[in-house]
Design a protein around this ligand. Structure first.
Ligand code: CMC
Length: 430
């Protein structure tokens, strides 16, 4: 915080607004416009592009420089030296754990991986062809009907237990939503396995045979979870905060986050990338699709390109690209037709003036889609995997808000509808 002030003079209004200006530890100063409402005035900022909705200590992004820090640590260092659960600890508690703390954390997460047995029957209410994200919205929200002993948001212990349950059970529920869709038996978690390894075991294993999860693929999966763990006040995290600000329970808030993540402009982009590559179908048709992406009268956009915040490059995409190269080399995939299309599109984005001028670079979802496809994850599960990784970010932000001082979120509006008018009875309406 600082003593700086901004002065606002509005044409036709006598009052001069003196607005406090705050400085964070990093990033641009922010102008506190909270007092404008006393002068009967609001700010207007569709899409919240210039609005800080909260104060947070968890994640910092500098979109211009391509920087992403979790609790101060650069994402590339975490991806190289850490793992998903250690990053979860960091996001939740603010510091990297000691060996003992990490051990205790991992053990506690593992003790929560199973879901209430009755949740298995809950799945039967869904159609087999339901999209797994639709199933996840339902079952994650339904956790609040099963775990009453972690719903009191004013109790720190309840919040802790809810955090463990969510991080531990999301992979189990995600794998169940897939198994249900293909008519295979649900797999119980195997707590002798690592987090990502266990997820692949529940996805691809069956009760008749021992699981054999490739360590390279488990490592790639862990990296995907880690790279998606948090991204400050994005649409889904802001949704979780907004839902939480009314005092809703954590499981209901996470279901709200999953719903916001589902859209193709956010987490649904990784699924949309693969669908787009399939629609293009052949390298010879790329120019046609690129022309469509540039055409203002065509709503088509190149999925996996561009980002609301990163206008230079997406630092997660850089790490993800390396991981994609490792996975493809490990699996010996070098002549996949969709991959050939993806590589050509990437080249175009880096060379074509349309993309360069608008700073449209391949984003994290462009490469994660390629890795997930290579691992054998069905396209409809891509966004679910994003949700599994992002759960810790949602929980960390929700907990930061609830354990501090907060008010119910209540944005205002610029009203452009009718002014007041009198009711017209049915027989007088023309
Ligand atoms: N293909 C073609 N043109 C694009 C694209 C694209 N993917 N993205 C933006 N543009 C153009 C857009 O038409 C506009 O052009 P002009 O200035 O001539 O009107 C300009 O670039 C700026 O676009 P914008 O809509 O103002 O940018 P935004 O910051 O509001 O949107 C975005 C960001 C991510 C929604 C958008 O780039 C997009 O729709 N990308 C495709 C979907 C995608 O990959 N989303 C995943 C984001 S990363 C995962 C996550 O964090 O959730």
């Amino acid at each position: 915080m600082s003593d700086k002030k901004a002065t606002l003079k509005v044409d036709g209004v006598d009052q001069i607004f003196e607005l406090p200006v705050y400085s964070g530890t990093l990033g641009p100063d922010v102008i506190d416009v909270g007092s404008l409402t006393a002068g009967d005035m609001f700010t207007y900022d569709p899409g919240f592009v210039s609005t800080a909705a909260c104060e947070s200590k968890i994640t910092y992004i500098d979109g211009g420089k391509g920087i992403l820090l979790h609790r101060g640590y650069p994402i590339d260092q975490l991806a190289e030296h850490s793992d998903y659960l250690e990053t979860c600890y960091l996001l939740l508690y603010g510091e990297l754990p000691t060996a003992q703390e990490k051990d205790a954390f991992v053990t506690t997460v593992k003790r929560h991986t199973m879901v209430h047995e009755q949740i298995r029957t809950f799945f039967n209410g869904f159609r087999r062809d339901a999209h797994p994200m639709a199933v996840m919205c339902g079952v994650v929200g339904a956790l609040s009907a099963f775990y009453h002993d972690s719903l009191d948001i004013s109790d720190e212990h309840h919040r802790q237990v809810a955090a463990f349950r969510l991080i531990a059970k999301m992979p189990t529920l995600a794998a169940m939503s897939y198994k249900f869709s293909i008519g295979q038996p649900f797999m119980y978690p195997d707590n002798t396995m690592g987090y990502a390894e266990n997820f692949l075991h529940m996805m691809f294993g069956n009760p008749c045979e021992p699981s054999n999860v490739s360590p390279v693929l488990a490592k790639a999966m862990d990296r995907i979870f880690l790279l998606h763990a948090d991204h400050e006040q994005n649409a889904s995290t802001s949704t979780v905060r907004l839902a939480g600000s009314s005092g809703a329970n954590p499981f209901a808030c996470m279901a709200a986050g999953i719903a916001a993540l589902w859209g193709p402009s956010h987490g649904g982009a990784n699924e949309a990338v693969l669908e787009m590559l399939e629609e293009i179908g052949d390298v010879s048709r790329i120019d046609e699709f690129v022309a469509r992406a540039k055409d203002k009268d065509d709503p088509f956009r190149l999925m996996g390109f561009g980002h609301r915040v990163y206008k230079n490059f997406d630092p997660r995409a850089k790490v993800m690209k390396e991981a994609a190269d490792d996975v493809l080399a490990e699996l010996g995939i070098d002549n996949d037709p969709l991959l050939a299309i993806a590589k050509r599109l990437e080249q175009i984005a880096l060379e074509d003036p349309y993309f360069i001028e608008r700073k449209l670079y391949p984003n994290v979802d462009f490469y994660s889609g390629i890795i997930l496809k290579a691992i054998g994850i069905p396209t409809s599960m891509f966004t679910v995997i994003f949700a599994v990784g992002r759960t810790v970010g949602w929980v960390a932000h929700w907990n930061e808000m609830i354990s501090g001082s907060y008010r119910i979120g209540r944005p205002r509006q610029l009203y452009t509808g009718y002014t007041q008018r009198d009711f017209v009875s049915l027989d007088e309406r023309g």
